[in-house]
Design a binder for this molecule. Structure first.
Ligand SMILES: Nc1nc2c(c(=O)[nH]1)N(C=O)[C@@H](CNc1ccc(C(=O)N[C@@H](CCC(=O)O)C(=O)O)cc1)CN2
Ligand SMILES: Nc1nc2c(ncn2[C@@H]2O[C@H](COP(=O)(O)OP(=O)(O)OP(=O)(O)O)[C@@H](O)[C@H]2O)c(=O)[nH]1
Ligand SMILES: [K+]
Length: 468
């Protein structure tokens, strides 16, 4: 149990740059731990930081004690004393002039004066280990940073506020109450029919709890889309209008482009915000490239993109009769969630509707003209509605499960609860059924981190950014 702090018994003082690397107007170097104030005092010229009030910001200079107190930067230093801080430890934040060299120099000074470099996510990890937030809240911090749309951000904020944890705790309390009652009953075996009453209680409670879990799981499909984006492929024959549609969707203020750390320049993730749904565009490089004839998207290339996609947008040109290649693309996307975009409705209509009527469901199709901006709003609405029945903006569910780890744990909790239900039906003895009930309790506890292994924690927090 991580909260018991079995392996981590004391906290040294950690330091990291908390702003993104590069040239900003201001950069923040953060310290947390018992010696945070002392370490800062060693490199700060100004007020005595160990005497100032908590939650004050103090003007002064960072100096190098090994170089005759030479001034390194002019700064503002925040002093926040435990426990009213992000980590619940003493926290110092040095607001320095932006710039890689000065910022790194200050970090180095802190490291040579008693601090240790923080691991990725270690500040947030401490907030968790010190009990300020639970695990799902810590994960929400990361989701917040990575949120692709306002709506995804809202869901993450909600989780950070502890709403998911609150629900999970309530469910776990129901389980524990039941288990306690079971223990009491078992302690009084002299009563007749106690065994039967007890299994009946387990059955009722398992059914009840399973319904709550199912409700949470129901939000998972939407939640996952909000958190990770919806992998979307735009495919179609050459010249049907794929890049025009892509560019329309990527309309300046909607495009979100993130570079994936550690990959080459041309591997970027592009997201489009369509009514709050983050579409993650798959394999757009080939679409964008109008010059390179060899790279034109053929059926083979489309196949690869289709496999990766949650949503396929297949574009057909209504200004031409249906071709064999079109038919092939319609065929290979038949099992996918798809929208067939009948483009170029502003031109003479040469595509015979009868040719596609038997191949495509009417509700999968939408006729548009990108060039004349006809029906493009409807297209966007159609995309959003595909994943959110009521349209996402109207969806006011406060708690959504967004995280694959949480989804997995809820699913296995539900399985254990099913084992309770089946066990009772088969007339299993109470102490066997009890084990499955306890198992469900454990699985749910892993979501909030109430029961969780240390190696899992290390894994989870290592996915954070440095300085968070
Ligand atoms: N400069 C700065 N800005 C920041 C952060 C930070 O660490 N530093 N944060 C980092 O992510 C976020 C703010 N998150 C925070 C969360 C809790 C506490 C905190 O001190 N909590 C105390 C209660 C404080 C009070 O009520 O006065 C606590 O829960 O005990 C501080 C920041 C965003 N902005
Ligand atoms: N009239 C008309 N022309 C369109 C429409 N949409 C796209 N076009 C034109 O069709 C041509 C091809 O458009 P693109 O968006 O490059 O088509 P693509 O499918 O990406 O083409 P490839 O790169 O060859 O695969 C361009 O000249 C567009 O201006 C439309 O709705 N109406
Ligand atoms: K193109």
């Amino acid at each position: 149990m991580a909260n018991a702090g079995s392996t981590i018994t004391e906290f040294d003082t950690i330091a990291a740059i908390s702003t993104p690397p590069g040239e900003g107007a201001i950069s923040i170097i953060r310290l947390s731990g018992e010696e945070a104030v002392d370490v800062a005092c060693r490199v700060f010229k100004g007020k005595n930081l160990s005497k100032v009030d908590s939650h004050t910001i103090n003007y002064g200079h960072i100096i190098d004690p090994d170089k005759d107190n030479q001034e390194v930067d002019e700064v503002m230093v925040s002093v926040m004393r435990a426990p009213r801080t992000f980590t619940r430890e003493d926290v110092i934040e040095i607001n320095a002039h932006g710039g890689i060299v000065a910022t790194n120099r200050i970090l180095q000074l802190l490291l040579s004066n008693g601090a240790r470099l923080a691991e990725p996510g270690e500040f947030t990890k401490r907030a968790f280990l010190n009990g300020r937030i639970d695990l799902s809240q810590a994960e929400a911090v990361m989701d917040l940073i990575r949120a692709k749309t306002d709506r995804s951000m809202q869901v993450a904020l909600n989780q950070l506020d502890g709403n998911l944890s609150g629900l999970i705790r309530k469910i776990r309390k129901d389980i524990v109450d039941t288990l306690a009652q079971v223990e009491v009953n078992i302690d009084y075996p002299e009563y007749d029919a106690v065994e039967q009453m007890t299994t009946q209680l387990l059955l009722e409670q398992a059914t009840n709890v399973q319904a709550h879990v199912a409700q949470l799981l129901k939000t998972a499909k939407q939640g996952k889309v909000l958190r990770e984006g919806l992998a979307t492929a735009i495919i179609g024959r050459p010249n049907v209008g794929k890049s025009s549609i892509l560019n329309h969707l990527l309309h300046e203020d909607k495009a979100i482009v993130t570079e994936i750390a550690g990959t080459t320049r041309d591997v970027i993730e592009e997201y489009v915000n369509v009514h709050g749904v983050p579409l993650k565009l798959v394999d757009t490089a080939g679409i964008r490239d109008t010059e390179d004839v060899v790279e034109k998207i053929g059926v083979e290339r489309s196949r690869a993109a289709i496999v990766k996609a949650d949503l396929v947008m297949l574009v057909l040109n209504t200004n031409e009769p249906l071709t064999d290649e079109d038919r092939e693309l319609i065929k290979i996307t038949a099992d996918k969630k798809r929208i067939v975009i009948l483009n170029k409705t502003d031109l003479e209509q040469k595509l015979d509707p009868n040719d596609i009527a038997s191949l495509i469901e009417p509700n999968e199709m939408i006729a548009v003209s990108v060039l004349k901006n006809l029906n493009m709003d409807l297209l966007e609405e159609k995309i959003a509605h595909l994943f959110f029945d009521e349209g996402i903006e109207n969806n006011q569910t406060t708690v959504m499960v967004t995280n694959a780890r949480h989804i997995g744990l809820l699913a296995s909790a539900s399985k254990s609860l099913q084992a309770v239900i089946d066990g009772v039906a088969m007339g299993m003895p109470v102490d066997i059924v009890q084990i499955d009930m306890t198992d469900a309790w454990d699985k749910l506890g892993e979501i909030t981190g109430d029961s969780v292994q240390d190696d899992l924690l290390t894994e989870l927090f290592s996915q954070f950014c440095l300085g968070k």
